[in-house]
Design a protein around this ligand. Structure first.
Ligand SMILES: C[S@@+](CC[C@H](N)C(=O)[O-])C[C@H]1O[C@@H](n2cnc3c(N)ncnc32)[C@H](O)[C@@H]1O
Length: 435
């Protein structure tokens, strides 16, 4: 089932080191052909790549971790230019990475860098522009072939070495590196499970104390109200060209709200300060710690409203941060009025400070790429888990519960979400899979 890397836009093209290309004293050492592709979409429109229904057959190569059909589909989807165009056109994303790389010029100039999942090579080129001595641009997708062409066209072949293969096993780099840069974040931060590849690259290649960009990541959640969205999908069936189709409503709820929805919400939809689900220090996190992430939450609604579900978003920080007070941004719009009326602020009385999003004491500490509803939109948008039926909450009403995010056994790139929540004396369980 694996495709050879030569032919089409496959590997083995001039200058690309296929699979286990090792770099030794300035020369490329090819240890053998590898890799092929597959991937999850960032946009629902790139539907032809990542097919969750591909059976999880595994093929084991000698000396290599198994590459499942899911992995093949995952890398294949990243071979499509559309996904890279979408990511690069996301200026919030790409400019924050460029600024962060240039801001770390002192730690990058004259140093060796690995770009984990280089895609078109854009971050590798930013590192070269920041003065890196050598950049290993690694990608298992066939987009690596294009990356190499881009590197050549920009006369950077002496600095940027494209390695076509999985960073876990296929690629050999025979020197320790000073810096790892990677854009690995999926929806709800952890969907796609690419952080594991960065961790493996860190453990294989990074010098002790080396720099990882981004350095920290934080996943947030908050209760939301979104009557328009609910009406659009559900109430619509009440009156269809004058016909009562409300018998469709149970099915509509199931279809619309069974899976997490990637969509843009605004600060006005958010009912409380967010809760930190998980804070990740990229220099210390382990793969085991990512298999399952649990949290307990307790919110207090800041207004009377129908509570439709929970929204999730994340931010990442580039560089030094001593705490996980992960944003210098204001609270969601819906909360501002309530906070203004309470000078003690940090309102959720029963929620510990460390689980809340707070203002950073010194905003210049680290650059932050935020996907919060209050911030400029990104291609990640936000992810919302809607309930089948809204819960009417009063101002100050407590919403509490717990959540477990775990990698799907079926496909580790999928995420199982187990939510238990209670409010106003009623309790609920919601299971969903992000696929
Ligand atoms: C989100 S894209 C980022 C591309 C590029 N760095 C950018 O910022 O535009 C992630 C890339 O990582 C690659 N990738 C994911 N896991 C990988 C792995 N284990 N080994 C090598 N490449 C990987 C994918 O093929 C994809 O091209």
């Amino acid at each position: 089932m694996f495709q050879p890397t030569s032919g089409g836009n496959g590997g083995g093209a001039d200058g690309v080191v296929p699979g286990g290309g090792a770099y030794r004293n300035g020369s490329h050492h090819v240890t053998g052909p590898r890799i092929r592709g597959g991937r999850p979409r960032r946009s629902r429109d790139h539907g032809d790549g990542f097919d969750p229904r591909v059976p999880p057959q595994q093929e084991k190569e000698k000396g290599s971790t198994p590459c499942t059909n899911y992995d093949v589909a995952y890398f294949h989807s990243y071979a499509h230019l559309g996904i890279h165009e979408e990511m690069i056109k996301d200026r919030v994303r790409t400019e924050t990475y460029r600024n962060a790389i240039l801001q770390h010029r002192e730690q990058i100039a004259g140093k060796v860098v690995v770009d984990v999942g280089c895609g078109t090579g854009i971050l590798s080129i930013f590192c070269a522009q920041a003065g890196a001595k050598r950049v290993y641009a690694v990608d298992a997708s066939d987009i690596a072939v294009q990356a190499n062409e881009v590197i050549k066209a920009n006369n950077l072949s002496d600095t940027v070495i494209v390695l076509h293969g999985r960073v876990e096993m296929d690629v050999e780099i025979e020197e320790k590196v000073d810096v790892i840069v990677s854009e690995w974040m999926g929806y709800m931060l952890l969907y796609e499970s690419m952080l594991g590849s960065v961790i493996t690259a860190r453990d294989r290649f990074l010098k002790p104390g080396g720099l990882i960009l981004p350095s920290y990541a934080t996943l947030y959640m908050a209760p939301v109200t979104h009557s328009d969205r609910y009406s659009e999908s559900i109430d619509f069936w009440r009156n269809v060209y004058g016909i009562d189709m409300s018998v469709m409503m149970p099915l509509a709820k199931q279809c619309a709200f069974e899976e997490p929805s990637v969509e843009t919400i605004s600060g006005e939809n958010v009912l409380t300060w967010p809760h930190v689900v998980k804070h990740v220090d990229c220099s210390t996190i382990t793969i085991d710690q990512l298999e399952s992430v649990s949290t307990k939450f307790k919110f207090q609604s800041m207004m009377r409203a129908p509570f439709h579900g929970f929204a999730f978003w994340f931010d990442v920080e580039f560089g030094v941060s001593k705490t996980h007070t992960s944003s210098n941004k204001a609270p969601p719009t819906a909360c501002v009025e309530a906070l203004d009326n309470d000078n003690d602020n940090n309102n959720n009385n029963n929620v510990t400070e460390t689980t809340q999003r707070k203002k950073r004491p010194n905003p210049s500490d680290a650059l932050v790429l935020s996907t919060a509803p209050e911030d400029p939109p990104t291609h990640w948008q936000q992810t919302v888990i809607y309930f089948y039926d809204p819960i009417e909450v009063e101002q100050d009403q407590v919403i509490e519960g717990s959540m477990v995010l775990s990698q799907s056994k079926e496909n580790p790139r999928f995420m199982n979400i187990h939510l238990e929540y209670a409010s106003g004396g009623r309790s609920f369980v919601k299971e969903s899979v992000m696929r």
